[in-house]
Design a protein around this ligand. Structure first.
Ligand SMILES: NC(=O)c1ccc[n+]([C@@H]2O[C@H](COP(=O)([O-])OP(=O)(O)OC[C@H]3O[C@@H](n4cnc5c(N)ncnc54)[C@H](O)[C@@H]3O)[C@@H](O)[C@H]2O)c1
Length: 208
């Protein structure tokens, strides 16, 4: 049994080739077909990956290939933002606890690009582990799944700041910096493939 914790960065900046508009405090896609997010059919060619994304995509393909060629009971799970009690509050790694730390410490925060309207879907590590357990019980070798909090647990950085301020009763002092190369404007994981393959699995954690 082998589970590869891949990433939505295997798609590089493919999400940025779609058009979006600001609605309230977040970007939303103009194409209604994207409402529930990106499925596994998103292209990986002709996009900017960053060296990190290339290394993850390479391993992602190796795992699929070994499952198909050699019968390895292996699956690929492509996540974006994972959070939980053990998440490190470090800039450019786990933004949710990092924002919380900034609120509690009263230190200034920099938002990189897109005015804070960029959207992510966040999944709790326990929900992810529960899915891995379902895969362990009923492996589907060589499959790749987009995994995240889905539309229901999507949030923009500005919305997250509002929520953290509401929870902590403190203000976050923030300014804006340049966008990071290839950073997604909007990414929500369409988790319908995983839900179809593992009907016993559900998301149990939400923002509130
Ligand atoms: N954190 C996220 O939001 C996120 C999103 C998508 C994918 N991922 C992927 O999930 C995986 C874990 O990420 P993370 O954020 O939990 O990282 P992390 O740094 O918090 O955890 C990595 C763990 O792996 C252990 N480790 C490192 N080398 C090892 C080795 N040779 N043998 C055994 N253990 C070793 C480390 O001690 C550490 O406990 C990575 O592959 C990452 O690309 C993470």
């Amino acid at each position: 049994m082998f589970i590869y914790t891949s990433t939505n960065k295997v798609y590089g900046d493919a999400p940025n080739y779609f058009s979006y508009q600001v609605k309230d405090k977040r970007y939303e896609p103009n194409d209604p077909k994207l409402y529930d997010g990106f499925n596994e059919g998103l292209r990986i060619d002709g996009v900017l990956h960053t060296p990190f994304g290339v290394s993850k995509a390479s391993a992602d393909l190796y795992v699929q290939e070994y499952a198909r060629l050699f019968g390895l009971r292996a699956g690929v799970f492509r996540m974006g933002c994972i959070t939980g009690g053990a998440a490190m509050a470090v800039e450019q790694h786990n933004w949710e606890p990092f924002f919380m730390k900034k609120a509690l410490s009263d230190e200034p925060l920099t938002i990189y690009g897109y005015g804070g309207y960029q959207v992510r879907d966040v999944i709790h590590a326990r929900d992810l582990a529960a899915l891995f357990f379902e895969f362990f019980r009923n492996p589907r070798p060589g499959e790749a799944y987009n995994i995240g909090g889905s539309r229901a647990n999507s949030i923009s950085l500005l919305e997250a700041i509002d929520l953290i301020e509401e929870i902590t009763g403190r203000r976050i002092r923030y300014s804006h910096g340049p966008a990071r190369e290839g950073d997604h404007i909007w990414y929500i994981s369409d988790i319908s493939k995983a839900k179809g393959h593992f009907p016993a699995w559900n998301l149990t954690y939400s923002h509130s």
